[in-house]
Design a protein around this ligand. Sequence first.
Ligand code: TYD
Length: 142
Amino acid sequence: MKVSIDDARIINLPIFPDKRGNLSFIEENKHIPFQIKRTYWIYDVPGGVARGGHAYKENMEFIVALSGSFDVVLDDGVVKKTFSLNRSYYGLFVPKGMWRQMENFSTNSLALVLASTKYDVEDYIYNYNSFIDYANGKNISV
Ligand code: TYD
C-alpha cells in the first residue's frame, strides 16, 4: 500500500502537570503505533543546519522536541508538509517511506527520536530522485 503524507500526524502525549514540574511519557504500541527498537537524539545543532535529508523504506519514527524547537519537513513524493515541533508533550509520527528533513533548529534544541527498527544503512534512501522512483512504485534498487 502506498504511503501518504496523511498517515503522518501529530500525537498528543499524556501530561501530568505538577507544581514540581510536568511529566509526560510514551508507551510503545499505545501512544505511538509501533514497537520501539531504537532511541536516538539530536543536539548541539549549529544554526542554519538541516539534518536527515533522506527516506527510510521500513523504519517508522516518532519525533519530539524535548527542548527548543525545529521543523520536520515531510514529502511523500507528491505532497510536502512542514510540522513545527516546540513542546515536549506532543510529537510527530513519521510513517515509513517519507522523505524527511529536519531544519530551523533553535539554540539548545533537543530532538528525541523513537524508531521502529534498529539502525540499518540499507534501509536509507539518500538520493531524492531514487526516492521519487521508489514512491512511485518503480522497481529499482535504491
Ligand atoms: P543519519 O541518520 O544519516 O543522520 P542525518 O540524516 O541527520 O545526517 O545518521 C548520521 C550517522 O549516525 C550515520 O552515518 C550513522 C550514525 N547513526 C547510527 O549509528 N545509529 C543510528 O541509530 C543513527 C540514527 C545514526
